[in-house]
Design a protein around this ligand. Structure first.
Ligand code: PMT
Length: 401
């Protein structure tokens, strides 16, 4: 039986040439035994008639926010409460922008504002409109609110352009919506992850940093996202691509990382601190490049301690779980246990970084997971598999404890 059987799907169609593909989507939802209602914006009705959608769905099509008839029978609030999932396909740049702004001046935006259901959006627009920085900013805002973005696909467009912006094919949208109902172990959880090194400037051209590549943190972000969570990544300077559907903020220094974490943290269920935050920074940032041609054989660098981001967050006693990493070159377990208790964490992942084949800047790792109650070793393997096992452990022993 399809995962969509007996689910209430509100299919919202906005103005764009891909609106004709929404007819096929109604048919696919119906053959999956879902209940389908269709909402069409004014723009959508320029491309395909409500009568077509009514014939396919077997239901009256919803078009107006202030229609007396609609308000009496099924107004925007009733529609918002009725559906298990809202699917906007195709979603135009204009509708995307309204959703990002939280507007409520037409039936579509009002329903989305009033609904607590899952929101899945299949954007479709000209490739230049898709690439535009304002569209991308709107997209980020919508992703953060927990909506799922499906596509868009690349290829030849109706206007003759070639690029990203075509609506994902109806059968692939169907698959994505079905997957949404296969719950991952962190489904719906909001997770903040830090990754990579920080850089602490000495003078305009030199800095103190460490060997972290960000691979461990990025791999965790990918896996946490695969388990259904909404993921935000704060990364130090690394050379890695952002995992698909993960929101990313780039920072350089520990201070910048701390500010970003503190700005965002209130919203999250879980904080994973995989970043190798510099423990020290130069007491004074030299305004000009330090010259080597002076008579001095030595240059004295005075370092101050950076504040501990993870510790500061756990001291706030927010309603979230905290996971730290411990990078150790000696007394791995004793030191990691001390960090678990000093920083009052739910889990610490102990890393032996004296072995160059694991830990910093390697594709592999070997870790020991330590909570107040138990200890579990994950033997040397790829960071991808290590991430899967850490996330499995977090879902079972940290989140659902
Ligand atoms: O990035 P890769 O090349 O893939 O390498 C992965 C890794 C080795 C960097 C990673 O697995 C790891 O161990 N990260 C933590 C490194 C570290 O800073 O460990 P620590 O023992 O110094 O710190 C303990 C915990 O406190 C960490 O969760 C750290 O993020 C956090 N911390 C540390 C200092 C500080 N000022 N603020 C912090 O939040």
């Amino acid at each position: 039986m399809s995962k969509l059987a007996n689910k209430n799907i509100l299919l919202c169609v906005t103005g764009g040439i891909a609106a004709y593909k929404a007819a096929e989507l109604v048919r696919l939802f119906k053959t999956s035994n879902a209940f389908v209602k269709v909402l069409m914006t004014k723009g959508a009705q320029e491309f395909i008639t409500p009568l077509t959608m009514q014939a396919l769905s077997g239901e009256k099509v919803h078009t107006d926010l202030l229609s007396k008839e609609a308000e009496a029978a099924m107004g925007h609030i009733e529609l918002a409460k009725w559906c298990d999932v809202i699917v906007i396909a195709p979603c135009s740049a204009n509708s995307l922008s309204k959703l990002a702004e939280g507007r409520g001046d037409d039936l579509l935006s009002a329903v989305c504002l009033a609904s607590e259901s899952e929101l899945c959006i299949a954007p479709a627009m000209n490739q230049a409109m898709w690439k535009d920085s304002r569209t991308q900013k709107n997209l980020k805002k919508i992703l953060r609110s927990g909506a799922k973005i499906i596509g868009p696909a690349s290829g030849e467009q109706a206007c003759g352009d070639v690029g990203e912006g075509r609506m994902t094919e109806p059968k692939d949208i169907l698959n994505e919506i079905e997957n949404k109902f296969k719950k991952g172990s962190l489904s719906g959880k909001k997770v903040l992850i830090t990754a990579g090194p920080t850089q602490e400037m000495i003078d305009p051209v030199r800095y103190i940093s460490n060997k972290s590549s960000g691979k461990m943190g990025f791999s965790l972000a990918e896996e946490v996202k695969n388990q259904g969570a909404i993921v935000t990544l704060i990364s130090g300077p690394v050379n890695l691509n952002t995992p698909d559907k993960v929101e990313r903020f780039d920072v350089k220094s520990a201070k910048e990382m701390q500010s970003k974490v503190e700005e965002l943290i209130e919203d999250f269920d879980l904080f994973i601190s995989a970043a190798a935050v510099a423990d020290f920074k130069p007491k004074k940032l030299q305004e000009n490049k330090i010259k080597k041609d002076s008579n001095n054989k030595k240059v004295k660098l005075v370092l101050n301690k950076n504040s501990d981001i993870l510790k500061a967050i756990s001291e706030k006693k927010l309603n979230l779980k905290t996971v730290g990493f411990a990078a150790e070159t000696e007394n791995l377990i004793t030191n990691a246990k001390r960090k678990l208790s000093d920083k009052n964490l739910d889990l610490i992942v102990a890393n032996d970084v004296s072995d160059e084949s694991i830990g910093f800047d390697s594709d592999e790792n070997e870790v020991t997971l330590i909570t107040k109650k138990e200890k579990k070793i994950i033997k040397k393997t790829s960071k991808k598999i290590i991430s899967k096992k850490i996330v499995e452990f977090i879902a079972q022993k940290v989140i659902n404890d």
